[in-house]
Design a protein around this ligand. Structure first.
Ligand code: XIL
Length: 360
């Protein structure tokens, strides 16, 4: 899987980290040369602007890189963390009924120590499943009981850690129809409500239960399908508290500030809390030009600005902050440079655009 690919990339990463890191002065044609106090950290600024947190995903593959971990667990930059992989089914229940929290705890433990909040990701998703589960020979009751047992054990393992759980991830196609996952094929669309019921049964009442997806950051067929799901749940008293907008964007194609505001308003009208759960803005081609860097900075700024301004958006999480560990080049070959920190741990224009906007 990709984690192995990332591990293979580690050799090159250690070479990269030896390079000196530049300060703000190296960046920003707009003159982002201000005193250090101007940039106290993204989480500090986000909280001052009224958000609950600014966070990051953290991956296990670079936890031996102290330059990486010192930023990842720096509470001034990131008041919240999400394990990029460690809470997924293939790592947490690699054999039926055999649970393993090692990868998740490698991130959760330092987060506890640093007093960072944790978003937990994800109970039910159609990829990164262990091989033992990924076939359709199950009967419906068997797979329902597997689902319940998985959610029960994982919810209990992290019961005091999770401010929110992504209960179901990516259940819809772009046209708003249900994605034909293993759970859909065996259980039917009720797998979604069952997952939320189980999540409510086994998590503390204060844990927010989210539906999470990508390409729902504008009002479109997919986000309207999510809104319908929410309405249906509310009519039938099935628990759901929030909608996660993954926000995986591409330079030149990212949604506008207003489009993001509109979709968050749509969910606000349904009393749904929202969060930007996996924000990144990738370059569609590489190498990038300075103009593309500025466009990226504007897209990052507009996303965070929309979250700040929307009544129901509680925080923003970037899907890792450092380019060498971004998922983008592995998933979209030829694309990349999607994060806020470059290969040499220099903060990009986007970092300063977000900070300046939050300071307004
Ligand atoms: C990605 C991870 O970052 C990668 O390391 C892994 O190989 C694949 O998954 N949407 C999600 C995340 O909800 O779980 C995905 O994370 C990125 C897309």
């Amino acid at each position: 899987m990709k984690v192995t690919a990332t591990l293979a990339a580690l050799a090159s990463i250690s070479a990269v980290t030896a390079a000196p890191s530049g300060g703000p002065g190296r960046h920003g044609p707009g003159g982002h040369h201000g005193p250090k106090g101007k940039y106290p950290g993204l989480d500090v600024l986000a909280k001052r602007a009224g958000l609950q947190y600014f966070g990051t995903a953290i991956d296990n593959v670079v936890l031996n890189n102290t330059q990486y971990t010192s930023i990842a667990h720096n509470k001034s930059e990131f008041g919240q963390v999400t394990p990029s992989n460690g809470m997924k089914w293939m790592f947490t229940e690699p054999e039926r009924g055999v649970f393993n929290w090692t990868a998740a705890l490698e991130i959760v433990k330092p987060a506890r120590k640093a007093r960072q909040l944790t978003r937990c990701h994800a109970f039910v998703w159609h990829t990164q499943l262990p091989a033992w589960i990924d076939h359709t020979n199950w009967t419906k009751p068997e797979l329902v009981s597997i689902l319940e047992n998985h959610i029960k054990n994982e919810a209990r393992a992290f019961k005091d850690d999770c401010i929110a759980w992504d209960v179901v991830n990516e259940a819809f196609n772009e046209d708003g129809t249900y994605r034909e996952t293993i759970f859909y094929k065996v259980i039917g669309k009720e797998y979604i409500e069952l997952a939320f019921k189980f999540a409510r049964k086994y998590t503390p009442r204060k844990t927010m239960l989210y539906y999470n997806d990508y390409n729902i950051e504008t009002v479109n067929n997919k986000s309207l399908a999510v809104a319908e799901l929410v309405k249906d749940f509310q009519r039938r008293r099935i628990p759901i508290d929030g909608v996660g907008l993954q926000a995986h964007y591409t330079v030149g194609r990212s949604p506008s500030y207003q489009q993001q505001m509109d979709v968050m308003k749509m969910f606000n009208d349904l009393k749904m809390e929202v969060a930007m759960t996996e924000l990144d803005v990738r370059q569609p081609t590489l190498p990038e030009t300075q103009e593309m860097r500025i466009q990226q900075a504007e897209a990052y700024r507009d996303a965070v600005k929309a979250c700040r301004d929307a009544k129901n958006c509680i925080g923003v999480t970037v899907w890792d902050f450092w380019d060498p560990v971004s998922w983008v080049p592995y998933t979209f070959p030829g694309q990349g440079n999607a994060c806020l920190w470059d290969d040499n741990f220099n903060k990009k224009e986007a970092y300063y655009y977000i900070s300046d906007m939050l300071r307004e």
